[in-house]
Design a binder for this molecule. Sequence first.
Ligand SMILES: C[S@@+](CC[C@H](N)C(=O)[O-])C[C@H]1O[C@@H](n2cnc3c(N)ncnc32)[C@H](O)[C@@H]1O
Length: 280
Amino acid sequence: MSEIIKFINRIENCDTLAFTDAMPTECVDLVICDGPYGVTGFDWDEVSCIQEYNLGLIRKFSRILKPGGALYLFGKCASIDFIDYRPYLELSTKIVWYQPSRLAQGRLKYTNNYDIISYFTKGKAKTFNLDDIRVEQMVELEHRKRCENVPSVKNGPYGKTLFNEKGKNPGDVWGDIKQLTYKSKELISRDLLNTIQKPERLIERLVRASSNAGDIVYDPFCGSGTVPVVCRNLERRFVACEINPGYVALANERLNGGKTNVAEVETEVGLVESNQMAFL
Ligand SMILES: C[S@@+](CC[C@H](N)C(=O)[O-])C[C@H]1O[C@@H](n2cnc3c(N)ncnc32)[C@H](O)[C@@H]1O
């Protein structure tokens, strides 16, 4: 289906379920899926069973991902409970995106303070750019170095924990990236707070870790366009889809309001030619 070329670096106003089915097999390197969570009263968030809905998505994404490609699936803590995704993709990590700043005013039970980002791969991951996503070491340097001089640490199986000047692996609980607030410069509309717009830093970490410049990133639920904006900034190509025409307009405005436009990015990294190769 060579027509997919025309969808590169564009936001389509359509239903992602049908759109994904029309995509060619093994055509994308990474999927970042920030779709319904099944917890709010918004029309677009109402699904009868979020786990079954997510299983359907995982099956669809497994077909369009290249071998070694990755999927990040956003949701709440039970978003993939009691479903068998194993025939489609391998679950590598459940990342906890911890948001300590949530108001936490619940009285009847513990307030939820995190989202889950389920990280799947199609077979062995072909890309994991750890050096691009390292975070600051929290331990004090001198103490750390003293520990490393203990022979069993230096030469033993824990040698891999040696201090790295570039920082450490971010691990699977991320508390260092704050949810947007109404004061955040990048927030494009107050209506999008909490339910729609994700922080660029969060999406950047996923894109940097699991793709390289020129790779194709699919955003099936693009909302305000955070994934396309990050892809543009990091010289990845994107295919994006959004059902609400208002959000499509907003996302396009955001995308075109930046320093670089999509056409420039294409020219800079020779994307038009390589893209044609990818789908023909
Ligand atoms: C959580 S928001 C995505 C937010 C986005 N990551 C951002 O940072 O702006 C989910 C989006 O999915 C859209 N959506 C829901 N169902 C859809 C479908 N079947 N096809 C396409 N878009 C859909 C909603 O309109 C909403 O904008």
